[in-house]
Design a protein around this ligand. Structure first.
Ligand code: UD1
Length: 437
């Protein structure tokens, strides 16, 4: 599948964001912990969500997505094994490990492989589960975790990993006694997971701060929960407005969650107006100015916005430095962006971007989710036609990306490749790879 984009059309209008992918995935995994049913609303239609639903079904649960409502019935939970084809497709599947151990006493999970944006180890997850009393064995590409009973403990995370914080917080909800997670990640998606778990009967304090305290309970009942808005989807539309010199209101957001991106845009001379549930980006008056960006754990600048933001810097006035501190090897989009006229030099974890007055349309290939979104954005800003291949990557994280962009005035079409081109594309490594971002 590919997008064909004719660029240089300023975006105007309103766009509404969906529920957050990175909130709903851990919530789906956490539903395993419950004895009763959960009903999750504002669920985005994304490849990753469909994969998570498939994981639940393979574990024996009844998981159904109707519109944007997901119903999770854990009564049939029976399998403790998550196979390679699913974990390989999406790293977040690994989050089922702790909940399976808590409910069934064991889990056998295919080791998530390396992926497009760095090696992404799981050591913090495993050390945390061991601290909660689990035994961990690895071999033949699988990790096996077991425990007759989990006990609360004090866990210090060497790095505030989002996934490890979520994994340990949800597992500790059913452990005996108190768990304290120190140097926890503070992302809004962690708070959302804590709210879901609390609604199901868990006792969690401090989610959204560096220290989370979980008092284990004997059982959880399930909950009704509405997923928070997707701040990365929202920020992507903000950038799309800015780099086309447009004016777009992004609705259904929590402006507080977007603070790091909003601040950077304002520093660039772009007008951003915040309302209770929306942000309005106006870049109609002047060309944005260069600015330095450093990715950090929340509330710092999100690593998931690094690639899309680089495209905005590429059309701004002056030289910007982008420093990636969260993931190694997250500049893989740079090669394709260069083919569109983006001038950028990479030195380790830093990239120097020289602002251009003009990008050029080209045939490019997405190899990961956010890098793929960056290529689409570059196409919107470029003169001439851009063809972005490997759109499957983009579909993992953006519900109706092309539809929304078209509503804002972009000239973008989704085109199916014919069979021969499809196999050529996968031969070039353009097929899906796990990247969980
Ligand atoms: C989540 C998000 C992803 C986002 C990332 C950072 C989901 C589904 N994905 O990914 O979109 O880019 O947070 O905001 O929510 N690390 C270790 N050992 C571990 C775990 C992580 O060294 O056991 C390292 C990673 O390699 C990486 C850093 O910690 O360098 C951050 O990773 P982490 O916060 O865990 O990201 P994810 O939860 O995988």
């Amino acid at each position: 599948m590919r997008f064909v984009i004719k660029g240089k059309r300023p975006l105007h209008g309103r766009v509404k964001v969906h529920g957050a992918k990175n909130a709903v995935l851990p919530i789906i995994a956490a539903s395993i912990l419950c004895e009763g049913d959960s009903v999750i609303t504002q669920v985005p239609h994304l490849e990753d969500v469909h994969t998570a639903v498939e994981v639940m079904s393979r574990l024996g649960m009844d998981a159904r997505l109707r519109g944007s409502t997901l119903i999770l019935r854990p009564a049939g939970l029976s399998s403790y094994e998550a196979p390679y084809d699913l974990v390989g497709r999406m790293r977040a599947s690994f989050l089922v490990t702790g909940p399976l151990v808590a409910r069934l006493g064991r889990a056998r999970i295919s080791l998530p492989g390396g992926c497009a944006i760095g090696s992404r180890p799981i050591d913090l997850h495993l050390k945390g589960l061991e601290a909660l009393g689990a035994t961990v064995r690895q071999g033949h590409g699988f990790v096996e975790v077991s425990a007759d009973r989990l006990r609360g403990s004090r866990v210090y995370l060497d790095y505030p990993s989002v996934g490890a914080t979520e994994h340990l917080m949800m597992t500790a909800a059913l452990a005996e006694g108190t768990t304290i997670i120190e140097n926890a990640a503070e992302e809004p998606e962690i708070v959302d997971l804590a709210n879901y778990l609390s609604g199901a009967g868990a006792s969690i304090h401090g989610a959204g701060t560096k220290i989370i305290r979980v008092e284990g309970v004997p059982s959880l009942r399930g909950a009704h929960h509405q997923v928070i808005p997707d701040r990365i989807e929202a920020a992507t539309y903000m950038v799309a407005a800015a780099l086309t010199g447009g004016r777009v209101e992004v609705e259904g957001v929590v402006p507080d969650h977007l603070k790091a991106v909003t601040a950077k845009m304002r520093e660039m001379g772009i007008s951003v107006f915040e309302d209770e549930n929306s942000v309005l980006v106006d870049a109609t008056r002047r060309r944005p100015q260069a600015v330095n960006v450093k990715t950090m754990p929340y509330p710092g600048f999100p690593t998931d916005m690094q690639a899309p933001f680089m495209v905005l810097l590429a059309v701004s006035e002056g030289m910007s430095v982008v420093t990636e501190t969260v993931f190694e090897n997250r500049f893989i989009h740079v090669g394709e962006l260069r083919r569109m006229g983006v001038e950028v030099q990479v030195d380790g974890r830093a990239a120097m971007v020289h602002g251009q007055s003009q990008l050029q349309g080209a045939i490019v290939a997405a190899t990961d989710l956010r890098g793929g979104a960056a290529l689409v954005l570059a196409g919107l800003a470029a003169i001439g036609t851009t063809e972005v291949r490997g759109v499957e990557h983009v579909d993992r994280g953006y519900d109706g990306f092309d539809v929304n962009l078209r509503k804002l005035g972009a000239n973008i079409r989704r085109v199916r490749l014919v069979a021969a081109e499809e196999s050529e594309a996968s031969g070039l490594g353009l097929g899906p790879t796990a990247s969980g971002s």
